[in-house]
Design a protein around this ligand. Structure first.
Ligand SMILES: C[S@@+](CC[C@H](N)C(=O)[O-])C[C@H]1O[C@@H](n2cnc3c(N)ncnc32)[C@H](O)[C@@H]1O
Length: 185
């Protein structure tokens, strides 16, 4: 019996042929070797998400693009109720291989549109995934879908790299802003 449910894929965002599963299906079991935890401030992210989730009603977290569980496995181990939406079956297979006992519920689908039947204290989208290749319409749908899955007073956490001034080549600009979830200010 599989522990994965189907949340729907498909793309309505004007990138013909775009497949949200392609990235994960390509990297699959190599992902953890390519992106070792130590290089990604994983502990800091896990601490932040644990403290934030503990401070909100529900003690639960939904990760969009949960991948191989770099964050989710430790969040589950710390006692949070963790769920994920993930496009790539290969990434989920790797998560299950690594952490067979984890109680993480994963829905296979596109996090811009897949729906779960319950709400969470925190929805998290990390590792630059907000820079969706389908552009602004998909980004807006991701925000809407996060809102659909949050309890009242819950918080959507977006993690993205911010370029150092020296790294900017002038062709684009990143403007960091603090979110308004009442945390971290
Ligand atoms: C860079 S990896 C990050 C994985 C994990 N969150 C981490 O921090 O290690 C991005 C993950 O998001 C998944 N993904 C990308 N686009 C997606 C989409 N539209 N819907 C669901 N999952 C998606 C990929 O398959 C991959 O597992």
């Amino acid at each position: 019996m599989t522990r994965e449910s189907q949340g729907g894929t498909g793309d309505k965002h004007g990138e013909p042929g775009y497949d949200p599963a392609a990235y994960g299906d390509r990297l699959g079991s190599d992902y953890d070797a390519l992106y070792p935890q130590e290089g990604l401030a994983t502990d800091a992210a896990v601490d932040f998400l644990t403290d934030l989730t503990d401070s909100l009603p529900g003690n639960s977290l939904l990760e969009f693009g949960i991948g191989t569980g770099r964050l989710a496995v430790e969040l589950d181990r710390r006692g949070l109720r963790v769920a994920g939406i993930e496009a790539s079956k290969k990434m989920v297979a790797e998560l299950r291989r690594k952490a067979p006992a984890a109680r993480i519920e994963v829905t296979l689908g596109d996090y811009a549109s897949a729906r779960l039947s319950r709400r969470f204290s925190v929805v998290a989208l990390v590792f630059n995934n907000i820079l969706d290749p389908r552009g602004i319409s998909a980004q807006l749908d991701i925000f809407k879908n996060a809102a659909r899955h949050l309890v009242h007073g819950g918080c959507f956490v977006v993690e993205a790299f911010v370029l150092h001034d020296d790294a900017k080549n002038g062709s684009w600009t990143v403007i960091p802003r603090l979110g308004d979830c009442g945390y971290g200010r």
